[in-house]
Design a binder for this molecule. Sequence first.
Ligand SMILES: Cc1cc2nc3c(=O)[nH]c(=O)nc-3n(C[C@H](O)[C@H](O)[C@H](O)COP(=O)(O)O)c2cc1C
Length: 387
Amino acid sequence: MTDLGTVVSDAPVDKRQSPMLSDAHAFKLAVFGVNQRRGTLISSADGTPKATWEDTKAIAQAADRAGIDGLIPLGRWKNMGRDDKQELHRVFETLTWAAGVAAVTERVQVFSTVHTPLVHPVHAAKAMATIDHISGGRFGLNLVAGWNEKEFDVFGLQQREHDVRYEAAEEWLTLIRELWASDEPMDFAGQFYESRGGVSEPAPLQSPEPVIMSAGSSPAGRRFAARNADINFVIVPSIEATPGFVAEARQAADEAGRDVALFSAVVVVCRDTEEEAQAAFHDATQVKGDWRDAGEATASLLGGGADSISVIDRQELELRIMLHSGLPLVGTPEQVVEGMVRLHEAGIGGVAISWVDYLQGIEQFDQQLTPLMVRAGLRSSTEGAPR
Ligand SMILES: Cc1cc2nc3c(=O)[nH]c(=O)nc-3n(C[C@H](O)[C@H](O)[C@H](O)COP(=O)(O)O)c2cc1C
């Protein structure tokens, strides 16, 4: 007997209840960049991610158990810096990575960082819906419109002029949304993309669509996020400068009449004493940091016209690029949590965290920092968002 006539109906998942958007915790936490060798650090410090599947799985499952809300990979096609070291190009592709991570975790939101100019929207729509099903409605899109010239060379492409990147990204998302919303094959004829008889079945489980984060904080990047994203992933120059920076980002969201959370990247180096923490940070950056690679990465990003990094003080730029633009939070558990409290008070809704050694960092977070964050009102319990 055949059941070809039976319509499979999927139970929708309300995306506002997802770990990254729900009210479960005032301040959201994600783990950033474990799909790449060395994680987000351009350093040969001991303990950085190996980007093996075993390594990835162990970190993802530790984060899941510790109640961390999100896992965000880097979208990368080769090393940002120099070309001559095979090992530095080691990075997992993020859609397939997220599918694997989704299958071995239970409640964390699993993101893919997707380059809109490099992945066709029809392909992306289907891949993202597939991951949303594998994860039971836990997929998140971190949309990136491109910044690194060298990665476009890999595809034999040139980046579009800065603001046009966001016009194309908007059309990319529009086509995806139409594909997901349509019950039957449809035509789309835009300025940048076309589809004839396009269809993407099944649609994602999350309703009306998966959580969308957009990384880009130039005026055009912010306007794009304000119109299209749930979360804008931004680079903050310093804790002190965050309130002014947030006010500007809020203005873009207000103009679009939408509520967009702000998320930022931090690098946590936490030890029992401040001296130990500063020494470990010094070792990972000044001693073991790969300054040549950081210099080349900085040049490549500046060449690609990435406005986001222009907020960083020129003297600090190479150091911050060595940290993938993350704000360093270095100190005792109390000092690290104090830094997060200040970011929260300034209007940042959560942070994507990198460590030198992620497993150690997550364990320390679970044992020492989360209880302090609960006391500070950033987290409501030591548990993750309920599923
Ligand atoms: C915290 C953060 C992380 C980012 N990670 C990536 C990444 O993994 N891959 C990528 O291609 N771009 C990444 N970007 C770059 C953005 O997509 C964007 O191209 C860049 O911020 C420049 O955009 P803008 O000129 O609109 O500010 C990241 C940006 C931020 C703020």
